[in-house]
Design a protein. Structure first.
Length: 225
């Protein structure tokens, strides 16, 4: 009699667990549970970014996040740009970062040039500064993506020449064009100006630091999944 009762209880528990698992996997999770799950992901993202950027607080994070969502820019990349545009220069002091003006006249954490707005004083408002920064970054990224397509096409032509001739110089040319990184080129454009010629740019150290920081944070987030 006890054995039958035990089996009965086990079957009920197994059935309940199976139904719950089906609900979760099918996406029929209650809205409240989905909201909690989403919040956990956001909190984890904030904590990782906070660990990498000393100047970041929850208020600034939300402003940057909203601007990045609007222009479809990765917040990790945006924060990396801020770090090397103003964070390092101001020793991660947010008050100084929000007021800093470069010798060229660029203003605030994202170092936005005044000609991008009607009134340059609005760039001292971080919401405006972040929106203009994310907007300009998105332009740089889109242009870099088009260049990536162009360079891949050039690389493919060199690969075909290599197959025909066996000359390693064509293989090396192909490797050079394949090595083109969207984030690096976008960072270069952001720092030098959207239409500045690539071969005239000399501050590759700046570009590599942004790219390495971005990659480091991305790897950290992947490792925590």
């Amino acid at each position: 009699m006890d054995l039958k009762l035990t089996i009965k209880r086990f079957m009920k528990l197994w059935y309940s667990s199976s139904v719950f698992l089906f609900i979760v996997l099918s996406g029929a999770m209650p809205i409240e549970t989905k909201a909690i799950t989403s919040q956990v992901i956001v909190d984890r993202e904030y904590l990782i970014l906070k660990n990498n950027f000393k100047w970041l607080d929850e208020h600034n994070y939300n402003i940057i996040k909203n601007a990045c969502n609007k222009y479809k820019v990765d917040i990790k990349y945006a924060c990396s740009v801020i770090q090397y545009e103003s964070g390092d220069y101001c020793n991660n002091d947010w008050f100084k970062m929000s007021k800093v003006v470069s010798r060229a006249g660029a203003i605030g954490p994202f170092q936005i040039m005044p000609f991008h707005v009607k009134n340059k004083n609005t760039l001292y408002n971080f919401e405006v500064n972040a929106e203009k920064g994310a907007w300009y970054l998105s332009l740089c990224i889109e242009k870099a993506k088009k260049l990536k397509i162009k360079y891949n096409s050039i690389a493919n032509k060199y690969i075909n020449k290599y197959k025909k001739t066996g000359s390693k110089k064509y293989l090396n040319y192909a490797k050079y064009y394949y090595s083109f990184k969207i984030e690096k080129e976008a960072s270069r454009m952001y720092n030098a100006g959207l239409y500045n010629k690539r071969w005239k740019y000399k501050n590759w150290k700046y570009v590599n630091r942004i790219y390495n920081k971005y990659n480091s944070i991305t790897s950290s987030m992947i490792a925590m999944r």
